[in-house]
Ligand binder design. Structure first.
Ligand SMILES: Nc1ncnc2c1ncn2[C@@H]1O[C@H](COP(=O)(O)OP(=O)(O)OP(=O)(O)O)[C@@H](O)[C@H]1O
Ligand SMILES: [Mg+2]
Length: 263
């Protein structure tokens, strides 16, 4: 299997703090890869360096063999990497459909607002195409019924699903997800896992940060573990669940407490 995404000695310093140090991750094609570890381990920072939200202090990021280190987020997105955020970033006062269309229009519109005004007919066609696509994505994520609802009025679980929908609008090859199931109740979580599996089966690979071990163990093919910015293990779910170092640093607490930090 060929490598889709690769980091080489990826490092981020914030002043004196080494938030991420020499991290080497390989996400292979047709893989669901999870990134786990305690709070503050450097997981979000790693994701942010991959999609261009943060510039690495050192190291490289390669996507499909091409170096993308430090490229702006829109360039990375156009190359095929979508992302969802740990904190919800949608527009509460727009409808669900509009939330999808906002991202979609900016994706199509390379010419700017003036271009759009001067080419109203073209713009209209583009808008229709984006709307059609947004509706297709709503059905993929099981949210057709919520099309006209304001995003801000949705239950939390639906807002997380909408975040995923927004990432899908960019036609990604790979989606980076930052704690997609955090704060979901067990039935919302089960539903989310099904949606993620469907997305994966549609040909999109996933790289996700997740604290919920049920989710991680259920859907991941491979897992990378960070602790204090360092990569302490990598392997199959089975290997990770039985890894002494990982149990000491992270899993021991979680399994013995039988719950996760954010419920
Ligand atoms: N912009 C920043 N400036 C300074 N320090 C930061 C910044 N962003 C993150 N950090 C620090 O870097 C370390 C790694 O943070 P990061 O958010 O990547 O952790 P995480 O693994 O995602 O944790 P969590 O599970 O709580 O989301 C933490 O000590 C954090 O306080
Ligand atoms: Mg985080």
């Amino acid at each position: 299997m060929s490598i889709l995404l690769e980091t080489k000695n990826l490092t981020k310093r914030f002043g004196g703090l080494e938030a991420v140090k020499d991290v080497n991750i390989q996400v292979k094609e047709r893989e669901i890869h999870a990134l786990i570890g305690p709070n503050g381990a450097g997981k979000t920072t790693t994701l942010s360096m991959i999609n261009g939200t943060l510039r690495p202090t050192a190291g490289e990021v390669l996507f499909l063999g091409q170096e993308i280190t430090g490229k702006p987020t829109y360039v990375v997105a156009n190359l095929g990497i979508g992302r969802t955020f740990q904190n919800i970033k949608q527009f509460g006062s727009l409808t669900v459909l509009e939330n999808l269309m906002v991202g979609g229009m900016s994706h199509y519109n390379k010419g700017g607002v003036l271009h759009m005004l001067l080419h109203m007919k073209e713009t209209r066609h583009m808008e229709e195409a984006v709307e059609e696509k947004a509706k297709e994505i709503l059905s993929r994520i099981g949210m057709e019924a919520f099309e006209k609802e304001y995003a801000g009025n949705l239950p939390y679980g639906r807002q997380k699903v909408l975040e995923l929908g927004r990432a899908l609008m960019g036609d990604p090859r790979l989606i980076l997800l930052d704690e997609p199931a955090a704060g979901l109740n067990p039935s919302e979580r089960a539903e989310f896992v099904e949606i993620l599996k469907n997305v994966y089966e549609s040909g999109i690979d996933l790289f996700l940060i997740e604290h919920n071990m049920d989710v991680v163990m259920n859907i991941s093919h491979r897992i990378t573990v960070l602790n204090f910015g360092r990569q302490i293990a990598e392997g199959t779910p089975q290997e990770i669940a039985n890894n002494e170092t990982v149990i000491k640093a992270y899993l021991g607490d979680r399994f013995s407490e039988g719950k996760n930090r954010r419920g």
